[in-house]
Design a protein around this ligand. Structure first.
Ligand code: ZN
Ligand code: ZN
Length: 361
């Protein structure tokens, strides 16, 4: 594993921090290799790296930690980290960053108490997430493998048809097929939404049989070797109306234009606008209520954020989704989502299922 902690150490000075306390499990995992739920890392300048966990994870952490972490098996990781930092403090206040997006108020208070007077705790969101958003080749491979397993999963499920099965049955079938093909789990509970229900971007599968002649949106992803995938396709179950056809073609055009514009160096906001302007020009701007996409990695939703509010610039090696959608209340919804690696020359697509409207009955 490349020296990820070094990338974080190198960033401490830019925020005038003496150390960083990392508590978010995905950040701890990316930094240290530890996959358990109760680990805490402290990154200091140079090679100072401390990992804390309790006795339940003594063996697991010994197996998983990359070798230059000093391991502490303690009763209370937060208290032990605070005490260690308090000992380092000498005269002038030490500024210590913490994962502000994740640390609960209760844990923050324990950390504050253990650190004592001489330490100033500073919100340091992004210090780990930024380097974590750029994937190394092993991570790209893991995510590509997850995406390909997800493709196989849906292909199998569609062979069993859609019409007459309930949305929940299809969702359960996706989970079962993914597990059977070797997925360690799902990145999120699959979305299967037919007809007007598809107009809800986060629709929950219902105990409702999928009828003929409607659109069905399926959004699913698997986890494999600790990495997630994410993909959406919209299918027809027979003859669909002209408005449904129109929104399908519109979303597909928006998705393909955004894919074509995606490359390292583009602002996420600019990329979002490529798809959004097209949808707006068709008079459906208010029916595309979410951002264009998000980063995917250890977590299915991570940085960078692709939306009209984003200040992120896409970097080579980031893995992001491109997923415009149009949702017409009471009628139907269409979303098409691909997972891509951002490269200098453009976007390399990891999801492989066709995007021309498929009819599945
Ligand atoms: Zn998705
Ligand atoms: Zn997504």
């Amino acid at each position: 594993m490349p020296d990820r902690a070094q990338a974080v150490s190198d960033r401490l000075a830019s925020r005038e921090l003496g150390a960083l306390v990392v508590t978010a499990p995905a950040n701890v995992r990316w930094l240290t290799g530890f996959t358990g739920s109760a680990g805490l890392a402290v990154v200091g300048p140079g090679k100072e790296r401390h990992f804390f966990t309790d006795f339940r994870y003594e063996e697991q952490s010994a197996d998983q930690l990359v070798d230059d972490w000093e391991r502490h098996i303690v009763v209370d990781s937060i208290a032990a980290a605070g005490e260690l930092l308090a000992e380092r403090q000498s005269g002038r206040p030490l500024r210590v960053g913490f994962d502000d997006a994740q640390l609960s108020v209760a844990l923050y208070r324990s950390l504050e108490k253990a650190c004592g007077e001489g330490i100033e705790l500073v919100a340091a969101g992004g210090l780990v997430e930024e380097p974590r958003s750029v994937k190394d080749s092993a991570e790209v491979e893991a995510i590509a493998a997850a995406a390909s397993l997800a493709d196989q999963t849906l292909t199998q499920v569609l062979e069993r048809g859609l019409v007459g099965r309930t949305e929940r049955e299809v969702a359960t079938d996706i989970e079962l097929a993914a597990r059977t093909l070797g997925a360690s789990g799902m990145s999120f509970p699959p979305i299967v939404a037919s007809g007007a229900h598809g107009a809800l971007p986060h629709a929950e599968p219902r105990e409702v049989a999928i009828p003929k002649d409607v659109l069905v949106t399926i959004d699913w992803g698997v986890t494999l070797d600790g990495y997630a995938s994410d993909c959406t396709r919209t299918f027809a179950t027979g003859e669909i109306g002209s408005e449904e056809r129109e929104i399908y073609d519109l979303v597909l055009a928006a998705e393909e234009s955004a894919l074509a514009a995606c490359r390292a160096g583009i602002n996420a906001k600019e990329l979002d606008a490529v798809a959004r302007e097209l949808i707006k020009a068709a008079g459906r701007g208010d029916q595309f209520g979410h951002g264009l996409g998000h980063g995917v990695g250890i977590e299915v939703h991570e940085g960078p954020r692709l939306s009209w509010r984003s200040t992120d610039e896409l970097k080579e090696g980031q893995i992001v989704t491109i997923e415009p959608g149009v949702y017409v209340p009471g009628v139907a919804g269409v979303r098409i989502e691909d997972l891509v690696v951002v490269e200098t020359a453009g976007a390399r697509v990891l999801t492989g299922l066709p995007k021309q409207l498929q009819t599945v009955v």
